[in-house]
Design a protein around this ligand. Structure first.
Ligand SMILES: [Cu+2]
Length: 387
């Protein structure tokens, strides 16, 4: 994380190789292979404490002062206490072991082991001039992480987040919503200029969709941009438990599309939440969050969407983010560049990242209690891995 302390010393090649081997041994899967392939031999790897890993001979590859000694360096008395108290030393070792284990699980592809992943594209069927999406609201068990017990989630078509719905500005959209849950619900297409009766607010624009009932939403998609759909009934609970998804509207004028305008090669939806299951990115907490991977020189788009109830300042290490749109609206001359971007509940930000710095870079919420604790990193943490 960003601190005022100087950069850690460079790792020896032995230390790097030992760390990569450790990651490979920790588990298999395509992601582990991909991640290993992303990191050139002897090149930079995840920079969280690999120096403390044993070299082939069993002793630390690079001697380094203990974290306790560093953190207490300004107070000699405390430093002495930390290094001579066997309980403090044992706790410190336990913290380091836990933190290391969690990073290894992430590098070994925990996100794939945790089961189904949300944000899958849902192709509409065509009925006349309507693009038709069928959404079923159900209760199901969902894994935030491969090792924690599943949580009792709610969601659209069985995933959290629900499927990504993508249309073009001006399309006629029909969303057929069937409620197969034991509680009433409704759907609000957040960011769309809807006709009032399609706004999805129970007792304001429609009756709630009771268990077993179906409601049909019809509207013309506008404006373009990064938008969302979610429950608007008992929403702190229902959205918090997973009734949410991305609704992407491409501009009708193809010259305004992100791919044409910025030459992006990846379009990544990043939905955060902070209720059931704790602090999550796309329905997962670290180490089961999915890493972003890119080749050096690639330009990628990340669409931050906050479906939670707290602000989350997203911080990328190693490369800045160019913020080009807020709530779907291009910023134009108000575009700005930053390394930490606060996203309020309900907001969407589109950011462009030029992946020009090789390595594995932490990408996390900078409210640190959402990201790192005594057990190591958790919750709102992933990585951008640049080959
Ligand atoms: Cu946060």
């Amino acid at each position: 994380m960003t601190t005022g302390t100087p950069d850690p010393p460079a790792l020896s090649p032995i230390g790097r190789r030992a760390f990569l081997r450790g990651a490979a041994v920790a588990g298999g899967g395509a992601v582990a292979a991909t991640l290993a392939a992303c990191v050139p031999a002897g090149g930079p790897v995840w920079t969280f404490g690999p120096a403390s890993l044993p070299a082939p001979g069993g002793s630390p590859a690079v001697p380094s002062p203990s974290p306790a000694a560093i953190s207490h360096a300004a107070t000699p008395a405390a430093s002495t206490a930390a290094t001579t108290d066997p309980n403090a030393a044992a706790m410190n070792e336990e913290h380091d072991r836990s933190a290391e284990t969690r990073v290894k699980r992430f590098l070994a592809g925990e996100w794939e082991k945790a089961g189904p992943y949300g944000n899958q594209p849902l192709e509409p069927t065509i009925d006349g001039d309507f693009k038709v999406f069928e959404l079923e609201c159900t209760a199901f068990e969902w894994r935030i992480d491969a090792e924690l017990p599943p949580v009792n989630a709610l969601g659209y078509n069985g995933t959290w987040p629900g499927p990504v719905l993508r249309v073009t500005e001006g399309d006629k959209v029909r969303a057929i919503v069937r409620n197969s849950m034991a509680e009433s619900t409704s759907v609000h297409f957040h960011g769309q200029a809807l006709v009032n009766k399609m706004d999805g607010v129970p007792f304001v624009t429609q009756p709630p969709i009771k268990p077993g009932e179906t409601f049909v939403y019809e509207f013309v998609a506008k404006p373009y941009g990064s938008h969302m759909y979610h429950s608007h009934h008992n929403a702190a609970d229902q959205v918090g438990r997973g009734l949410l998804g991305a609704f992407l509207v491409d501009p009708k004028d193809a010259r305004l599309r992100h791919d044409r305008r910025y030459g992006i090669s990846q379009d990544i939806v990043w939905v955060s939440n902070d209720t059931l299951g704790g602090f999550t990115i796309n329905g997962r907490g670290f180490p089961a969050t999915k890493p972003l991977t890119a080749k050096r020189g690639e330009r990628i788009l990340v669409r931050f969407m906050n479906e939670g109830q707290m602000i989350h300042p997203w911080h990328l290490h190693g490369m800045p983010m160019r913020v080009v749109a807020r709530d779907g609206y291009y910023l134009g001359s108000a575009e700005f560049t930053c390394d930490t971007l606060g996203v309020n509940p309900g907001e969407r930000y589109d950011v462009i990242i030029d992946c020009d710095n090789p390595g594995a870079w932490a990408f996390h919420c900078h409210i640190l209690s959402h990201a790192e604790g005594p057990q190591g990193m958790f919750g709102m943490v992933t990585a951008l891995i640049v080959q």
